[in-house]
Each structure stands twice: as C-alpha cells, then as structure tokens.
Design a protein around this ligand. Structure first.
Ligand code: HEC
Length: 314
C-alpha cells in the first residue's frame, strides 16, 4: 500500500455514506442515550404537561341568583305626585335606607359599592353607586325608576315593580345619595314618568305568590288523594234517596274536609267510634254542629254511607 492509496481510502466519502458509523465513530451511542432520556422525561411528565395550568374562569348565569318574589296579597297602591316625590326629603332618605338594606344590600352591598354577599358570582357586577360611569339605563330619577320597574334581567338586576311607587322613589333618592353629580331630570323626564306609569292615578298591584310556594301548592293539590277527594265531594249531591247520603249533604259544611277526615283517615270501624270522632269537634272536620243531634238510626245510616265511600276508594 502506497501513500496515495492510503489518502484515497481516507477521503472516500462514498464509503462514509455506506458506513455512517465511520463519521461519528461510536459517539452516536451518546445521542441515542440522551434522546432516550429526554423521551423518558417527556412521557413521565405527560400528565403535568397535559394539564391546563390556568384554571378556567367559571362564568355563572347570574339570573339564577335572583331571589324569589315576596308573598304579597293584592293591594291598591296610593297615587303619588311625581313632582313632589322627585324631590328628596329626610323622610324619603330614611325610608330609602331601610328599604335598601332589606332589598338591595345582598347584591349592591350596604355601602352601595356593588360588593354584597350575592355579588361574588354575578357577571356583570351589581352597579357601584359611587361611580357615575357605565350605567346601563342611567342614573336620572326617571331612568332608575324604569330600572326598578322593569329590572335589567339579562344582567341579573331584578325588577322591583311590586314595591309601591312611593317606596321606589325613596330608594332612588338613597341610591343617588352615594355620590354627587348625577344627571338631573328635566320636567319633561318627570312628566314622561307620569305618562308612562300613570303614577297620579295610583295602581292596583295583583297578589303574588313566591314561585317555591306556588310549586309546592300545585304538587299538593294534584296529589292523587286530593284529586280523588275533590272529585268525590263534587259527586255527592242530595236527591239520591240514600238516607245516609242525604244526611251527609245536609250536615256537612265542607264536604272535602269531612271526606278527608273520615274517608282518607280511615280510622273508625264501628258506629261507636264513628260517633265519637265526628262529635268530638264536628265543625273542625267540616260538619255542622247539628250532627250531634242525630238519632242512633241516623248515625248508623251516616256511618254506613261513609264506610261505603271508603270501600270505593279501595
Ligand atoms: C340579585 C342581585 C341584585 C339585587 C337584589 C339588586 N340589584 Fe340592582 N343591580 C344588580 C346588577 C347585577 C346590576 C348591574 C346591571 C347592569 O350593569 O346592567 C344592577 C344595577 C342596578 C342599577 C343601575 C342600573 C343601570 O342603569 O346601570 C340600579 C339603579 C340598581 N341596580 C338599583 C337596585 C335597587 C334600588 C335594588 C333594591 C331595591 C337593587 N338594585 C337590588 C343586581 C341586583
């Protein structure tokens, strides 16, 4: 082997391509080990990498936080003169403060900053009454009146239309007292209030039942027993010729009550027990007091009739 062919053998790149290990020698083993190590680290930490390290902000539907409406009997609301109640007085302010505490603080906070206990999850936040900026309807008396009348339900502000107009004006003055510089109503604005809501005519406010109670009533009234009793009571009329039935019709003030006590309760098994139960407090269970004057034969007829009804129930 001469020197020339020696050099040629060393510079033979094709040979390098054929056997790449000649280029790196055995150093490729290091690369494989390092790559393997990185791969292992990656796989080992997949759960951590896969987790979103920023927890998502949960936006709540604030409409769910509206309180149920108050139980209220129907009433006539006295008329108010807009021009008079739109002027703040110490009495209105005092009244407004009390009403605010009772109806608004839970969301708007005692100090009107919009940070009441129920506000935490509300989006948007309840209005901060210390700021003049960003009001949805506006902070004129007429605009706040509209807010209280209609609510801004899409944003979680309830309607307080069940409050008497005079109370709403008290609230408005109190709400506006948290800061100064509110826009002032023009006489036209106030006249507009009068036109829109006919405040000088007074208003009739219908009775209202909180939804929770209404739901319970509906369920109670439609329970199978109550439906059955109501149907039965309706079907019992005089004129059938059955002496027991005639007595029942004549001697009950409230058939449903009597049936509920006697048929549904299902207690008395003898005439004696029956007489005892009914005459203990007849009026309380829907009978007339005269029931106490029945003859033994009449008691028996009544007892048998009621027992028959109970059997119908099965
Ligand atoms: C259930 C929570 C809640 C209660 C209770 C509540 N508010 Fe609000 N209120 C809000 C929210 C939320 C906003 C914000 C609405 C918006 O930005 O449009 C708001 C906004 C307002 C505004 C500003 C409206 C505007 O134009 O931006 C007024 C005025 C107001 N409330 C008055 C009251 C008064 C007075 C009461 C009590 C009688 C009351 N609120 C009770 C949640 C509430």
């Amino acid at each position: 082997m001469d020197k020339k062919s020696d050099l040629k053998a060393e510079m033979d790149f094709m040979d390098l391509l054929r056997k790449p290990s000649k280029l790196f020698g055995y150093s490729y083993i290091y690369f494989i080990v390092i790559l393997g190590g990185l791969g292992y680290l990656y796989v080992d930490n997949l759960t951590v990498i896969g987790k979103n390290s920023v927890s998502p902000v949960v936006l709540k539907d604030s409409s769910a936080y509206l309180q149920d409406i108050a139980l209220q009997s129907p009433r006539n609301l006295p008329p108010v003169d807009v021009m008079i109640v739109s002027v703040s007085t110490p009495e209105l302010m005092k009244k407004g403060k009390e009403l605010f505490k009772a109806n608004c603080s839970s969301c708007h906070g005692d100090n009107g900053e919009g940070s009441g206990s129920a506000s935490v999850t509300l989006n948007p936040k309840p209005r901060n009454f210390h700021s003049l900026q960003g009001w949805t309807n506006g902070s004129k008396i007429s605009q706040i009146y509209k807010t209280l009348q209609e609510g801004i339900t899409k944003n979680g502000m309830a309607s307080f239309s069940y409050l008497p107009p005079a109370d709403r004006f008290a609230l408005i003055h109190f709400v506006r007292s948290f800061t100064t510089g509110h826009p002032v109503d023009t006489p036209q604005d106030l006249q507009g209030l009068e036109t829109a809501y006919q405040l000088s005519k007074g208003s009739n406010s219908p009775g209202q039942v909180p939804i929770q109670i209404a739901e319970k009533n509906i369920v109670a009234e439609s329970s199978p027993d109550v439906t059955w009793i109501t149907g039965l009571a309706g079907s019992i009329v005089s004129g059938s010729g059955n002496s027991g039935e005639e007595l029942f019709v004549r001697l009950t003030r409230d058939k449903r009550k009597a049936l509920t006590a006697l048929v549904q309760g299902g207690t008395s098994t003898t005439v004696g027990q029956f007489i005892k139960i009914v005459s203990a407090d007849p009026v309380q269970i829907g009978f007339r007091a005269e029931v106490a004057q029945l003859s033994p034969a009449q008691w028996t007829a009544l007892f048998q009739y009621v027992n028959g009804l109970r059997a119908r129930k099965g």
